[in-house]
Design a protein around this ligand. Structure first.
Ligand code: FNR
Length: 183
């Protein structure tokens, strides 16, 4: 049966390297997966008052309904100030509420951090991992996916074409596939 994977990108930038990496990872999944980039940039900043049923922003409902149709989540994110970009943390918070109705519960996840720098988004990767523990999302442990010096990996069309990098990307995807099939 086809499984749906949401791809959440922690950058709204038009020419985002993270988005470019996500787009190079997506075709590597087996054909029985349907991958979709779910937009998170239109979600108002989470406010717990919105949990009052009369006040729920329409964008929250659309996002939560979409995420309910997903079987797993691939996070591809840059690092901002050694942590998770606010837009992605906001999406996590929105999806986690109202209390008891989290869209994340028990969904397998994969984290790929991306950076033009050498530290490769390690801080974002692990801060995100901390939230996923609380959200009860079984997350790929190995291999860890830190994509550093990303500008050297993209060609003129913002695609990853280097054979060694694609080989590593395939290992990342295969580990996620194995985790998903266990659930
Ligand atoms: C950054 N950048 C950055 N990079 C990094 O490796 N560690 C960091 O802590 C930060 N901090 C940071 C904060 C803010 C506010 C910005 C705007 C940027 C640089 C960042 O990795 C770079 O801009 C990437 O290109 C952002 O990812 P996308 O948009 O290309 O996916």
């Amino acid at each position: 049966m086809t499984k749906n994977i949401a791809v959440l990108i922690g950058s709204l930038r038009k020419d985002s390297f993270s988005k470019a990496v996500a787009k190079s990872l997506m075709p590597l999944f087996p054909s029985d997966y349907n991958l979709e980039i779910v937009e998170i940039g239109d979600l108002p900043l989470y406010n717990q008052d919105y949990d009052d049923l009369d006040q729920v922003p329409a964008a929250y409902t659309t996002f939560r309904n979409k995420m309910q149709t997903m079987d797993a989540v691939l996070f591809v994110t840059p690092e901002y100030n050694r942590s998770v970009p606010a837009v992605l943390k906001n999406a996590l918070d929105v999806g986690s509420r109202p209390y008891g109705a989290s869209v994340w519960d028990n969904k397998p996840a994969e984290i790929v951090s991306v950076s033009p720098g050498a530290i490769s988004g390690f801080g974002a990767n692990h801060h995100l991992r901390q939230s996923l523990v609380f959200l009860n999302m079984p997350t790929v442990q190995q291999p860890e996916a830190y994509i550093g010096n990303v500008m050297n990996l993209l060609d003129d069309n913002q695609a990853v074409t280097n054979a060694d990098t694609l080989k590593f990307f395939q290992v990342i995807v295969d580990a996620f596939d194995t985790l998903i099939k266990r659930y």
